[in-house]
Design a protein around this ligand. Structure first.
Ligand code: GRF
Length: 201
C-alpha cells in the first residue's frame, strides 16, 4: 500500500519537485502517493511547480501566528487528507507539539548539514564561512526540537576547491536530491536503517 504523503514547503521546492518526480516514475512509485503540497507562504515558487505536476496545493499562512496557533491551524488543515507521512522540504516553520504528536515518527526533514554540528537555517552559509572541506547532508525524523530528531540517512559532500557559496549550495543540493528520495523510499517501505539518535555525537 502506498503511503499518503504531504510535502511541506516554504520556497523554491527543488526537493519537492524531485520527490514528485520519483513518486510519478521513479523509486518512490510503489511506496509514495503525494496527495498535497502545503506551504506556509502563498508566494512560495514551489506551489506553481506542484500545480503543474497536477498535485493539490494548500496554503496555511503562518504570518502573525505563534507556534501554537500555527500548530492548531496546520493540524486542522491536514486532517481531511488522511496522511501517513509529512515530508518537510525547505519548510521554514518549527512544527508544534500537537502536529508532532499526531504524526509521531512519521515526519521527515532534510537538513543541509550534520545537525550534531549545525542546526537551524543557513547550513551552506555555515559550511562556506568555515571553509569546510566537506559537509554532511542529513535526513532525519522531526521531534519537538530544532533539527534534533533521529537521523535516518546521511551523505557526505566534498566541498574541496569550492570557490563560492553558490557552488557549495549547488554541490550540496545535488546530494540532497539523490539522498532524500532514497531515504524516503527506505522509510516508507519500512525497511529503512533504524534511525539513530543525533543527540550524542
Ligand atoms: C534545502 O537546502 C534543504 O536542505 C533545507 O532547505 C532547502 C530547501 O530547498 N531544509 P528546496 O526548497 O527544496 O529547493
Amino acid at each position: 500500500m502506498k503511503k499518503r504523503v504531504a510535502i511541506l514547503i516554504s520556497g523554491r521546492g527543488s526537493n519537492m519537485a524531485v520527490i514528485l518526480r520519483e513518486a510519478r516514475e521513479g523509486i518512490l512509485r510503489d511506496v509514495c502517493e503525494p496527495v498535497v503540497v502545503v506551504s506556509n507562504r502563498a508566494d512560495a515558487p514551489g506551489l506553481a511547480r506542484a500545480r503543474q505536476e497536477g498535485v493539490a496545493t494548500l496554503v496555511v499562512p503562518s504570518r502573525k501566528l505563534d507556534r501554537d496557533a500555527y500548530d492548531r491551524a496546520l493540524l486542522l488543515a491536514l486532517e481531511p487528507y488522511r496522511l501517513d507521512y509529512l515530508v518537510l522540504a525547505g519548510f521554514m516553520r518549527l512544527l508544534g507539539p500537537a502536529t508532532i504528536a499526531r504524526y509521531r515518527d512519521r515526519i521527515v526533514n532534510i537538513h543541509p548539514a550534520d545537525p550534531r554540528l549545525f542546526r537551524g537555517i543557513g547550513g551552506y552559509e555555515w559550511a562556506w564561512q568555515n571553509r569546510l572541506a566537506r559537509t554532511s547532508i542529513t535526513v532525519h525524523l522531526v521531534d519537538e526540537g530544532m533539527d534534533t530528531g533521529p537521523i535516518v540517512a546521511q551523505e557526505e559532500v566534498s566541498l574541496e576547491g569550492a570557490t563560492s557559496l553558490e557552488e557549495v549550495a549547488r554541490r550540496g543540493l545535488a546530494v540532497e536530491h539523490a539522498l532524500y528520495p532514497r531515504a524516503l523510499c527506505g522509510l516508507l517501505r519500512g525497511a529503512g536503517e533504524s534511525p539513530r539518535t543525533n543527540r550524542h555525537p
